[in-house]
Design a binder for this molecule. Structure first.
Ligand SMILES: CC(C)[C@H](C(=O)O)[C@@H](O)C(=O)O
Ligand code: SF4
Length: 419
């Protein structure tokens, strides 16, 4: 019996030749990421001091201040100041602040490497799976253990194989693929499993799009999402000078707990309605619903490809007068690239507010909070009650294309009419 790529990575990290689902292993971590919310200031720094412990390998630790940066109030500013001081004090060189959501930064800086194990104090650490890296979110207590030992115990998850074959229609994006998948299996449909995305539609996707798929795996409860790495991944890593990793691939006779198969050509744009990610409708079922805000951004929907598609739709058009379009590029690099390509100009000319790369509006912390009774269509990954502001606001999740088309009409709209 063969192994899935998740099993192969965990076997490697546990120093074993093979592992099976259900088995508990002690795995060596390749990279440990802490963000500003659940990172050093949530006792990790204090406990390390109390234990008199040192960090197992500072080169393998990355700290990213993204949720609170730039600070919206004194409390956030204090947390950022604490985090900054701490990395200095303990000598962590991999510190990034205000450059964008951590999962995008981990990818850009080459910490999401094929065949490796990455843990982070943020649930969307699964984003790294687009690079063939087993990335998973852990709590702060668990992270304290990793800081001291460099190891973590994990139960080997079962894997669900999700095949998408064929070619997506124009105006249909990875976000639609993942919303459709989660709509079918439910928001707990992959609990503690791996979602392995495969098939010709996935292979055709740019890396930016693949990251949207793996990013949302946790929204179905998955331990991680994975995609077999290919030339696109290797080429990207070589441009940033990362070498020496060893990719893994699933064996043809690997065992899956479930196999789902889809025809990409038949997919319509999808929308997740309030207040659950699996409350899915196709766009034509909800078209016409009035919106107050449209949001393009986050570690799900603020990458270069997302902004480029939105700009195609918004070029020579205007955001509807009663609607706000907010754009937060997912990193400083994306901000610069989009700026140089003229994309930010197109968006701003259409009436968009261009914001700093940050988590801000995605989780209702700052830069775009919703008032009671307001409705937002968002390229992000969560639409829980109150996620982006008031408990009496509503969030609809959709692709960047659908968000852009909706901004033009001021109502939920089908992007295929604009492309
Ligand atoms: C704040 C943080 C713990 C959280 C997460 O883990 O995902 C956040 O990034 C989110 O998207 O809700
Ligand atoms: S989902 Fe939103 S809040 Fe969470 S890491 Fe991504 S951008 Fe930040």
């Amino acid at each position: 019996m063969g192994m899935t790529m998740a099993e192969k990575i965990l076997a490697r990290k546990a120093g074993k030749t093979r592992v099976s689902p259900g088995e508990i292993v002690m795995a060596r971590v390749d990279c440990a990421m802490m963000d500003d919310i659940l990172g050093p200031r949530v006792q990790i720094a204090d406990e390390l001091k109390r234990l008199g412990a040192t960090i197992w390998d500072r080169q393998k630790v990355v700290v990213i201040s993204d949720h609170y940066a730039p600070a919206a109030n004194v409390k956030q500013a204090e947390i950022l100041a604490f985090t900054r001081r701490w990395v200095q004090e303990v000598g962590i060189e991999n510190y990034y602040e205000g450059q964008g959501p951590c999962h995008q930064i981990l990818a850009e800086k080459g910490f999401s490497l094929p065949g490796t194990l990455l843990v982070g104090t943020d649930s969307h650490t699964c984003t790294a799976g687009a690079f063939g890296c087993f990335g998973t979110g852990i709590g702060s207590t668990e992270m304290l253990g990793v800081m001291v030992t460099g190891q973590i115990w994990l139960r080997v998850p079962e894997t669900i194989r999700i095949n998408w074959e064929g070619t997506l229609a124009r105006g249909v994006m990875a976000k639609d693929v993942v919303l459709k998948t989660i709509g079918d299996i439910g928001h707990a449909g992959a609990t503690y499993k791996v979602m392995e995305f495969a098939g010709s539609a996935i292979r055709q996707m740019p890396l930016d799009e693949r990251m949207c798929l793996t990013n949302m795996a946790v929204e179905a409860g998955a331990k991680t999402g994975l995609i077999e790495p290919d030339e696109q991944v290797f080429d990207f890593l070589s441009t940033i000078g990362r070498t020496g990793y060893e990719p893994v691939y699933s064996d043809p006779d690997a065992a899956y707990s479930q196999v789902l198969s889809y025809n990409a050509g038949g997919l319509d744009p999808q929308v997740a309605c309030p207040h659950e990610v699996d409350n899915i409708r196709s766009v034509d079922q909800v078209a016409g619903i009035k919106i107050d805000q449209a949001y393009l951004g986050s570690c799900t929907g603020g990458r270069f490809h997302d902004l480029a598609v939105a700009a195609q739709i918004l070029k020579n058009r205007r955001v509807a007068p009663h609607t706000r379009l907010l754009v937060s590029p997912a990193s400083r690099d994306i901000w610069l690239k989009a700026s140089r390509a003229g994309i930010l100009d197109v968006l701003a000319e259409a009436g968009a507010m261009i914001l700093a790369p940050s988590c801000g509006a995605c989780l209702g912390l700052h830069s775009g909070i919703l008032a009671a009774g307001e409705r937002c269509i968002s390229a992000t990954n969560r639409n829980f009650i109150g996620r982006m502001g008031s408990k009496e606001s509503e969030v609809y999740l959709a692709s960047p294309a659908t968000v852009a088309a909706s901004a033009v009409e001021g109502r939920i709209a089908d992007p295929r009419h604009y492309l």
